[in-house]
Design a protein around this ligand. Sequence first.
Ligand SMILES: C[S@@+](CC[C@H](N)C(=O)[O-])C[C@H]1O[C@@H](n2cnc3c(N)ncnc32)[C@H](O)[C@@H]1O
Length: 318
Amino acid sequence: MHAHLQHDDTRIAEISHSQLPLNAPLRSDLKLRAEIKNIDCRIGIRELKENEISLILTDPPYFIDGMDGDWDTNKIKRRVKPGVVGSLPVGMKFSSQQGRDLQQFLTPIATEWMRVLRPGGFCLVFSQNRLVHRTAIALEDAGFEIRDVLLWRYEGQAKAFTQDHFILKRNLPTEEKARLIRKLGGRKTPQLKPQGEMIVLAQAPRDGTFVDNWDKWETGLIDVTDPYINNNRFPGTVIPAKKPVVRYGHMTVKPVDLLRHLIRIFSAPCSLVFDPFAGSGTTGEAAILEKRSFLGFEIEPEMAIRARERIDTLEQYE
Ligand SMILES: C[S@@+](CC[C@H](N)C(=O)[O-])C[C@H]1O[C@@H](n2cnc3c(N)ncnc32)[C@H](O)[C@@H]1O
């Protein structure tokens, strides 16, 4: 059946029971909804009802240069120098203030997540590895239980820098420069080649036992039957996935396969998945492909339009 765009931008698609995974609950009024709102999540969330959300899966601003609480893609792009390894924003600094800012930004937001997430519901938050502790503290201070830290495993580019050119620029005799270069022995700045990004796995407190919680809310337990890249073995904390080739004009787009895997494990079919920092809409695409409903907030108008278009073109709706 074709999806249709309603006047309020809410997409509703009906799917038949035969399309659902075998373990899907049978409901006669089954409908999927996918909605991307162009709004600051701190405002948008006020409209959500208590216990409305079954899974939060999100990738907040990184709180490295420019990608903070006042995220502005154009501002960030202006700082990216073509040809710089990995296109890191020029002037990216390793400052402990970034972590403090991230925690301060996330704590009140996570407090609202607690209100809208069902008891026992999972909350998966991507984080820069060096700021992961701040992400976890923000979630814990908001009332979540930190259950684990997962790793999205990929092959990144080495970004460590040699010091030789700094030595060569120094106002020193040639022999002294040569001595220093020899002494450093080719050592580089302390950045190992990135091979993964962390995802904090948090959980809202349960309503009674695991069994009672699942019976009432369909949250709090995991589906371990997903064979994704694990050759039918139990899903693990290290999840390999290639960096996406198609980027939808977004700098930090995540792999759909990875998000589909997480959605299958941590939410029930037909439940509502929420991404307050929707970006290019990857979580939305993954949720719809996994026959979950989706709600996303994205602060940048252009990105919100792209995310909507991306979800609109999914064959799942046809
Ligand atoms: C790391 S990106 C998410 C990328 C996404 N996972 C994807 O695959 O495309 C974070 C996004 O959050 C958005 N953002 C930043 N602050 C926001 C806020 N207060 N409310 C809603 N969105 C925000 C940014 O515009 C950016 O697109």
